[in-house]
Design a protein around this ligand. Structure first.
Ligand code: UT7
Length: 328
């Protein structure tokens, strides 16, 4: 028995923030952002709404597409680095809004690899037979932790949510085939939100110093992302006796088009084999991969039997790949 994706959904906030809009706020320009990152615009959630709002919308779409009711869900795993608040978990708020009355659940912080981490966790509960239906959500309101006066970071990220429903397969030749995950905390200094946790709780000083915003040493993260996403992807293919041509589609974390291109090149993938939507949404952290899955499925680019490779890299450092055969 394997864990298979039986439903997908997403939520994209309506409000667009284009490169041209940002040009008016900061010393940057469309040409720099487009050539250095591949991003043209990103979406911004309303100020008075939190991550759970988007997670609920993505979950509702997923359940509706799968024809499953909320009270059939056994477990909700919500990958996010921007929960509505520290306590309770955003998963708890999602459970309440969905009226998913027979489940348990939790938030998971795996940085930009969080959705892959969450999918792997969920698959273990399905494969063990303990749970029948697990909702896996990736959602982030990055606009809530960005300094819109800092061109190094604010141009890169956006808000959004995506979700999948995982259930058990009837046969062994479909669903999640393998995964490889990593964590290297020596990378923690390169991408972080320094304050607001137990080490540096909120104070006038932390606010004045802007320590509640994302800090990133872009160059260091970039180098490791290219190296490790390519390495982990090649490793999982090799372990499974596969090469680039066996992959129907690579669904990569969308942080920078140059990272995606470098990884694709190392795996000898053609343009058609790689799903890209970074131009529309920027880096939505936990949400990039589930939004991409949902869009690819809706565009009829995923058919039963297609082999999909997911790959991500993010804060921690975290990184990993997951191999699956599409089922629905
Ligand atoms: O998803 C989590 C993981 N995160 C990532 O994977 C992100 C990885 N990093 C990156 O994507 C890239 O490093 C960035 C897009 C963040 C930056 O690109 P880069 O090619 O590494 O540029 P840089 O940071 O080396 O900056 C080059 C120049 C600098 O100017 P000087 O020092 O050469 O005069 C920056 O100040 O570009 C400048 N710059 C900008 N210029 C216009 C940085 N940001 C901007 C901007 N507009 N928005």
């Amino acid at each position: 028995m394997r864990a298979v994706i039986t439903g997908t959904g997403r939520f994209i906030p309506e409000k667009k923030l284009s490169n041209h809009d940002i040009e008016k706020m900061l010393d940057t320009n469309d040409e720099w952002i487009t050539t250095r990152t591949g991003i043209k615009e990103r979406r911004i959630l309303e100020k008075n709404r939190g991550t759970s709002f988007m997670a609920v919308k993505a979950a509702e779409m997923t359940l509706e597409k799968a024809g499953v009711s909320a009270d059939e869900i056994d477990l909700i795993i919500l990958s996010t680095v921007t929960p509505d608040m520290t306590i309770p978990s955003a998963a708890a708020i999602v459970q309440k809004e969905l009226e998913a009355s027979n489940c348990w659940g939790f938030d998971l912080n795996g940085g930009c690899t969080g959705f892959v981490y969450a999918l792997v966790c969920a698959s273990q509960f399905i494969e063990s037979g303990r749970h029948k239906k697990v909702l896996v959500i990736g959602a982030d309101k990055m606009s809530s932790i960005l300094d819109y006066k800092n061109r190094n970071t604010c141009v890169l990220f956006g808000d959004g949510a995506g979700a999948v429903l995982l259930e058990a397969s009837e046969t062994d030749d479909t669903g999640i085939e393998d995964f490889e995950l990593h964590l290297d905390g020596s990378g923690s200094e390169f991408l972080k939100v320094p304050a607001g946790g137990s080490l540096l709780p909120a104070s006038n000083e932390t606010v004045e110093k802007g320590l509640h915003y994302v800090y990133q040493d872009g160059k260091s993260v970039f180098k490791r992302a290219v190296r490790d996403m390519a390495k982990v992807s090649a490793s999982i293919l090799e372990k499974n006796g596969l090469s680039g041509e066996d992959i129907h589609m690579l669904i990569p974390h969308q942080a920078n088009i140059r990272i995606i291109d470098a990884v694709s090149k190392k795996l000898n993938l053609t343009h058609e084999q790689v799903f890209i939507n970074i131009n529309k949404y920027g880096n939505t952290t936990s949400a990039t991969i589930p939004i991409a899955i949902s869009e690819a499925f809706e565009q009829n680019r995923l058919k039963p039997g297609d082999r999909i490779l997911m790959s991500a890299f993010g804060a921690g450092f975290t990184w990993g790949s997951l191999l699956l055969k599409w089922t629905i």
